[in-house]
Design a protein around this ligand. Sequence first.
Ligand code: ADP
Ligand code: MG
Length: 386
Amino acid sequence: MKVHEYQARELMQQAGIPVPPCEVVDSGDQVATAWERIGAETVVVKAQVHAGGRGKAGYVKLVNSPTEAQEHAARMLREPMVSKQTGPDGIQVRKVLLAAAVDIAKEYYLGVVLDRARRVPVMMASAEGGVEIEEVAEKNPDAIKKAWFHPHLGLQRFQAVQLAGEIGLRGDQAKTATKMMLQLARLFNQKDCTLAEINPLVETKDGQLLAIDAKFNFDDNALFRHPDVEGMFDPSEENPAELRAKEFNLSYIALDGNIGCLVNGAGLAMSTMDIIKLHGGEPANFLDVGGSVTAEGAVEAFRIILADARVKAVLVNIFGGIAKCDVIADALIKAAKEVGFKVPVVVRLEGTNVDKAREMLKEANIDGMHTANDLTDAAKKVCAFV
Ligand code: ADP
Ligand code: MG
């Protein structure tokens, strides 16, 4: 799960990491009051969305008056933000953060992620923080210093001291940075984060160190341990089809192709996508209806797939084990009645109760439905339709 920057700031504050004063607004009208509360001469206006690259997209703006702040806030709330990390249509901004601007002398980077290869968390620090960090990582990876640490023991003070030195910090600043790294690593562990990143960590002209942007992601499977974090969930940032699928216990992920897939089992779903690609097609989604799927769940799955305008054909691939073929056949018949098959639907059923299922489908004689003998036959047929 992702959270917004303003929520990440709350968590940092609780952890003792210094952040400049800020206010969140969801309309231009609230800007004047927010401005007063912040009480700074220069303020930065920042779109709150679950995507980075805001600075480069024009959605982080330094302003010197409440009127200017209001104009930018209103624009951000009106026009979808398009950045490197969004699609070409961009994403709608629903909240804007106003924060006291700081006089920046230098921008650093601090981040904790899981190193999956080494199977431990790693603290990363760089003296080349800011909006170009992705490029630094790609072209000059040595500029990112790393310290791997034990998941239970946490980052050790000597490691943080060493990192602070490696990114060129001395004296009091090195002490402060050491403390911040320890706080960030502790936060990462305590809240079951998969990412805890401060970028930039700013050195101000008067020598202070402040976190002015942060990105935190959390392990969904551990959310039950953190009701405070779970409460930060913002459904408006999620793909609506994926949210609906979740309600019905369906694992659905939208992809870019035009062949909708309805499959039981994650492994079978992966191989179904592979075989579609092998025959020259592109899957429009990953969809695992699971073993305990009900007819209602399967009908909902059809609704989600068929609601996607890019879908030009559907491949139903069911290997009946715990999930029974007749339940899927029943769902197919119901879905055909309820939503109608505007695009061809190729069906491959095998396993538990398959004979009963075939009979049901034969009797129903659904318009737009095509049966396949095996998986290769099914993949060829569905690819020929698009
Ligand atoms: P993003 O990472 O989405 O581009 P950031 O919050 O990191 O957004 O902002 C981009 C850049 O804008 C920062 O690297 C910094 O140079 C500048 N900036 C952001 N917040 C402030 C602030 N409070 N004061 C001064 N400059 C800021
Ligand atoms: Mg940033």
